[in-house]
Design a protein around this ligand. Structure first.
Ligand code: T5A
Length: 210
């Protein structure tokens, strides 16, 4: 069993909640405390896992089944865990990951309706007992997140093209997860000015620094 020395932080939330915006802020905050940080994302984070990301996010003529979708998510995660996350943690780096397995519960479980027990089985199979030390769940009403994501411009990916109903289920499962794991998952109210969001993020990070 690998000796884990660094801390594993994940950022979660629906579309357009501000995860990508806050990644550099968290990285700088930790680096200013002399903590070495590896920033990464899911799906993706390795060469092969980024190829899987393309398969997952692009729309294709051949529809992707929900079984294929979840297996690809965990295939990418297996690569990412073994080639990036676990080695970094073992070296004492902190890992900051934009989305992780809570996204699978929310999107494939909530959005697609896959049984949460099945996801739990895959989680144990691929991750063993590795779980994030802290998950920052940026939460905004779905309509606000979708408007922010659309206003950012560019084409919508395969998930962003889903409807309101899908994203409401995604948000509902995220909030359920937070209720189930209150020590690990901290809800950050993200429909407020960025300065206030970042103050709340620092408050949650300080829990890891005690
Ligand atoms: N997925 C992923 C699964 O289905 N299962 C899984 O297991 C995993 C890991 C990946 C997709 O894959 C799915 C979920 C996703 O659909 P992604 O690359 O993570 O996609 O991208 P998105 O979630 O689509 O992320 P977005 O880029 O849409 O949202 P972010 O990063 O949360 O939002 P961000 O930071 O780009 O901000 C959006 C806009 O809002 C503004 C920003 O400036 C930006 O313009 N903004 C604010 N505006 C006002 N007030 C604030 N406080 C603001 N904060 C940000």
């Amino acid at each position: 069993m690998m000796d884990i020395k660094g801390k594993f932080i994940t950022l979660e939330g629906g579309e357009g909640v501000g995860k990508t915006t806050n990644v550099p802020f968290i990285k700088n905050y930790l680096q200013n405390l002399n903590i070495p940080v590896v920033v990464t994302r899911e799906p993706g984070g390795t060469k092969l896992a980024e190829k899987i990301r393309d398969l997952l996010l692009q729309s294709n003529d051949e529809s992707l089944t929900s079984h294929a979708e979840i297996l690809l998510m965990f295939a990418a995660r297996a690569q990412h865990l073994n080639h990036v996350i676990k080695p970094a943690l073992a070296e004492g780096h902190w890992v900051l990951c934009d989305r992780f397995t809570d996204a699978t519960y929310a999107y494939q479980g909530g959005g697609r309706g896959m049984a949460l027990e099945t996801i739990g089985w895959l989680e144990n199979f691929v991750q063993g007992d590795l779980r994030p030390d802290l998950t920052l769940l940026l939460d905004v009403p779905v309509e606000i997140g979708m408007t922010r994501a659309k206003n950012r411009g560019g084409d919508l990916d395969r998930f962003e093209s889903e409807q309101l109903h899908f994203f409401n289920k995604v948000r509902q499962v995220y909030l359920q997860q937070a209720q189930q794991y209150p020590d690990r998952i901290k809800i950050i109210k993200a429909d407020q000015p960025l300065d206030d969001v970042q103050e709340a993020i620092i408050g949650a990070l300080k829990l890891l620094l005690l």
